[in-house]
Design a binder for this molecule. Structure first.
Ligand SMILES: [Cu+2]
Length: 170
């Protein structure tokens, strides 16, 4: 092998090594650029799964229709209004209600808070998001239909959805 040929071979090797290094650096840079994107994607997945779990949990909460307090009528409060909408009572007798709010605090409309308001009886009960709360009062002595409503969401008193009736019989 002549010295010239040897030198050429050496040069070729150097060029090849440089090329290889350049390719490696490129791959590294590409890998590094991918990391923030993967992190962002991961965060999106976590947020979506978290929100899904949260909403599913409030749906499950919505299936617990029985009262834990004896003698209390469960009354569910949500964006759909009151359930039941009509509450039966005996004139002058105690009315025992077990309010349970199935909306979570993520609701932009009033932060998931609902109220039970009876202007005619001076009653104002506030039920926080995803809370359960018992309330007792005495039914009016005069039989008839008495209106109640929620004024913290969905148009409040002006919305027919947010109204219910206390039906008082003799
Ligand atoms: Cu409400």
């Amino acid at each position: 092998m002549t010295t010239r040929a040897a030198r050429r071979a050496q040069q070729r090797e150097i060029v090849e090594r440089e090329e290889e290094q350049r390719l490696q650096t490129d791959a590294q840079q590409r890998r590094r650029a991918l990391i923030p994107r993967l992190v962002a994607f991961g965060l999106v997945v976590v947020v979506i799964l978290g929100a899904g779990t949260y909403l599913a949990a409030s749906v499950f909460l919505g299936q617990r229709g029985t009262s834990s307090a004896a003698g209390y009528l469960p009354v569910r409060l949500s964006m759909d209004g009151f359930d039941p909408k009509v509450i039966q009572a005996k004139a002058g007798q105690p009315v025992k209600l077990d309010f349970w709010n199935t909306d979570n605090a993520m609701h932009l409309d009033g932060g998931g808070v609902h109220t039970f308001i009876m202007d005619s009886q001076n009653i104002y009960v506030k039920i926080p998001a995803e809370a359960r709360q018992q309330y007792e009062f005495t039914a009016p002595t005069t039989p008839g239909d008495y209106d109640f409503y929620c004024n913290t969401c969905c148009g409040g008193k002006a919305s027919p959805t947010m109204h219910g009736t206390l039906r008082v019989s003799a």
